[in-house]
Design a binder for this molecule. Structure first.
Ligand code: 9ZP
Length: 327
């Protein structure tokens, strides 16, 4: 028998989706979201694990929250892409609204950056390639994300990145409108967004530029104690030149952070840039890249190369007595 969860969030209580009859066990707390808590949820029938946004119904009466949840549900439930977080299920009970999202066991790029300080260029190409793939799909569907940042780039067990949190996403036509509140993360707002000229595809590209700068240097490009000073720096695209940026990285960032949105590159232009074409991109990243600098040998991380050699030895592939050849 399902029992409702009390607000005091002890793990181990059960949640029932009455519509489908599915039963979930609430496991650990993953964090606090903008409008509720996020829990790890286990589907009892299958053992599948989800990351769930659990929103108290009372919270939906706060201005803007219900619209945000509805938009996220509406947009995300239709999207199917390897690099976009899947919304698996949505249901409500007497006290809460539940959004069951794809579980990403390695948390976010913001967490990885916190542990690492900075990332290497091959890693940034690895992650960025996947983010671009997801963003291309999103833009192709006429959707602008409007809140691209490291904490919205989730990382799976397999070290794949997925774009998440579509609570601020809009259809292109609606996003282009010039009225409405300034929304998104202040340090990532593009000049045209500050000037209320609307949020277009190019404003997502700007935010991507902020993310690339941050992972390569360890600090965001635009920082200031006062909001007005921050906005001045953004409008002038005035950011510190870091010694940690190669010539190609610096050139790419300068293009992504062009004050004029029409001067910014397309996603294809980014992939064609020297930053990508003149350096190698690993096929996979070892999980330990979440904590320390991975070592690469050509295209293959060193640990995989050694693992491959060990396997070859164990199976006798490197021994003299080769299998007989039947001709
Ligand atoms: N958090 C520590 C503070 C306790 C974690 O250890 C932690 C662990 C996670 O997986 C093991 C995890 C988040 C935090 N995973 C995860 N979080 C998601 C998420 C998927 N997987 N999302 C899918 N769509 N949006 C995101 C979002 C909401 C469910 N999150 C989180 C970001 C911060 C809290 C939850």
């Amino acid at each position: 028998m399902a029992q409702g969860c009390k607000r005091d969030e002890v793990p181990g209580c059960y949640i029932e989706d009455v519509g489908s009859g599915m039963l979930y066990r609430r496991e650990r707390l993953l964090g606090e979201g903008a409008f509720g808590r996020c829990f790890q949820l286990m589907e009892l029938a299958t053992g599948r694990v989800y990351a769930a946004k659990v929103i108290p119904r009372a919270r939906l009466t706060v201005v803007g929250i219900a619209e945000r949840v509805e938009r996220e549900r509406e947009l995300q439930s239709r999207l199917r892409h390897r690099h976009i977080v899947r919304l698996h299920r949505y249901f409500t009970d007497h006290s809460h609204v539940y959004l069951l999202l794809e579980y990403c066991s390695r948390r976010t790029l913001a967490d990885i950056l916190r542990a690492r300080g900075r990332l290497t260029e091959p890693e940034v190409r690895y992650y960025l390639q996947q983010i671009i793939s997801g963003l291309r799909y999103l833009h192709g569907q006429g959707i602008i994300h409007r809140d691209l940042k490291l904490s919205n780039f989730l990382v799976t067990e397999e070290m794949e990145v997925k774009i998440g949190d579509l609570g601020l996403a809009r259809r292109e036509a609606a996003a282009g409108r010039r009225w409405g509140a300034l929304c998104g993360t202040p340090s990532h707002l593009a000049p045209e967004v500050l000037d209320r000229k609307g949020h277009g595809v190019a404003s997502d590209i700007w935010a991507l530029g902020c993310a690339v700068y941050t992972v390569l240097t360890g600090s965001p490009p635009f920082e200031a104690a006062q909001r007005q000073e921050l906005y001045q720096r953004i409008r002038a695209a005035h950011y510190p030149l870091s010694p940690h940026l190669s010539a190609h990285a610096r050139a790419l960032i300068a293009r992504l952070l062009a004050p004029d949105p029409t001067a910014r590159p397309s996603l294809q232009d980014v992939l064609d840039h020297g930053f990508f074409t003149q350096g190698f991109t690993p096929y996979t990243l070892p999980p330990r890249a979440c904590r320390s600098v991975p070592i690469f040998m050509g295209q293959v991380p060193l640990c995989r190369l050694l693992h491959g050699a060990a396997t070859a030895l164990r199976r006798g592939w490197l021994c003299q007595d080769l299998p007989p050849c039947h001709t």
